[in-house]
Design a protein around this ligand. Structure first.
Ligand code: ZN
Length: 378
């Protein structure tokens, strides 16, 4: 049984619409996955998540391992039972968090030693242990432990990180196969390999070819959208996409601005996650079909329109910009809750638009129609 099926291909670009079969249900791609780092999409309840139509959530091995801890999750039947979420969850391996949050890291060929950013306690992650951790979390899509470098990285550092990432992916896959051997195919979690290579297109291409050979269930592109220029990001992504087989899902880690998603889908990417919609919501920024804006701006004080007249979310169906503006200025937490719901629904609707456009054979026109309004808005 193939776990990924491409349903429609765009004729002019590499954009496509597909369906990913996971042990906890189908994920229709293009998909935007809300981020639930700590086992919660910030300020959004489980009831709202299901109403948003989010088909997959993203959570994080590093954070869940440190808190609440894997023993607690196992007692609750894994993360799904703990947070009362029935659908698929993809877990990031924690590589990025080990490098960005923890102190006193020491990377060896075997794994990475670090101390917790919460209490300083010492820990060790290896590719095999991170597979075991994700089994305890019970997520539907697992990722291999990778080595991240800060951009800009020297070529020597990028090469060294890549070499380790490749060796670790091989070990992770071998351990994954052994660990999931007894599980019937429909219930088996999926394993995604992470492609690194910093800003060097030839290293990105090599990483993609290597990962293609390893043949995991899907490919995750890591270490981009972390401060480099958009041109560099797209060049690195293009180098990756040219070297990947087209029969597996491709996931761009941590990309969330709608224009970047449209551009990446055009190159053939299927899956996205980002804290952007919820973080921006908490900062009072709305993403809408007419562009993005800050709700605190004076012009919204008496505005009786919804945040986005084209949106069907709980926030837009029930509340006005004027009321949201008041909530935000009064530092009421309801502002964060409602605007998070809207921004997530906006991105989920955008990815649905992309799927429909691919199916209808008019992806380029749909992208242009979106960009013409969104990118020129004040
Ligand atoms: Zn809305």
């Amino acid at each position: 049984m193939e776990h990924f099926e491409v349903l429609h291909k765009d004729k002019e670009t590499a954009a496509r619409a597909g369906v990913l079969k996971t042990p906890r249900g189908l994920v229709h791609t293009t998909v935007f996955m809300p981020v639930a780092t700590q086992g919660t999409v910030k300020a959004v309840s489980q009831r709202d998540i299901s109403e948003l139509g989010a088909e997959c959530l993203l959570s994080n091995t590093y954070h869940l391992y440190l808190r609440p801890g894997l023993e607690t999750l196992e007692k609750f039947g894994g993360l799904n039972g703990f947070m009362n979420h029935p659908g698929p969850v993809l877990t990031d391996s924690g590589g990025f968090q080990v490098y960005s949050l923890s102190k006193l890291r020491k990377i060896t060929d075997n794994g990475v030693h670090f101390s917790s950013h919460i209490d300083g306690s010492p820990h060790f992650f290896s590719p095999e242990k991170v597979i075991d951790f994700q089994a305890s979390i019970g997520s539907s899509i697992w990722t291999c432990l990778d080595v991240c470098v800060k951009n800009p990285a020297s070529r020597a550092d990028a090469e060294d990180a890549l070499k380790k990432t490749e060796a670790w992916a091989k070990r992770a896959k071998a351990h994954f196969v052994e660990k999931t051997r007894h599980i019937e195919p429909a219930k088996r979690p999926l394993l995604f390999g992470i492609i690194q290579g910093s800003m060097y297109p030839d290293l990105r291409a090599e990483a993609a070819r290597h990962m293609a050979e390893l043949n995991p269930d899907g490919f995750a592109v890591g270490g981009l959208s972390v401060g480099e220029s958009k041109a560099q990001m797209m060049e690195s992504l293009a180098a990756v996409m040219e070297n990947l087989p087209r029969n597996k899902p491709v996931y761009f880690m941590g990309l969330g601005s709608p224009e970047d998603i449209w551009n990446s889908v055009e190159l053939g990417v299927d899956m996205f996650d980002c804290v952007l919609p919820t973080r921006n919501a908490r900062n009072g920024q709305a993403l809408t079909s007419q562009g993005k804006f800050y709700i605190k701006n004076a012009q919204y004080k008496n505005d009786q329109d919804p945040l986005d007249p084209d949106c069907d979310c709980h926030c837009c169906r029930n509340y006005s910009r004027g009321y949201l503006s008041h909530l935000y200025k009064s530092k009421e937490i309801l502002a964060s809750q409602l605007m998070s719901i809207h921004n997530l629904r906006f991105l989920i609707n955008q990815t649905k638009l992309m799927r429909l456009a691919v199916a209808a054979g008019n992806f380029k026109q749909a992208k242009k129609a979106f960009m013409d309004v969104y990118m020129t808005a004040k």
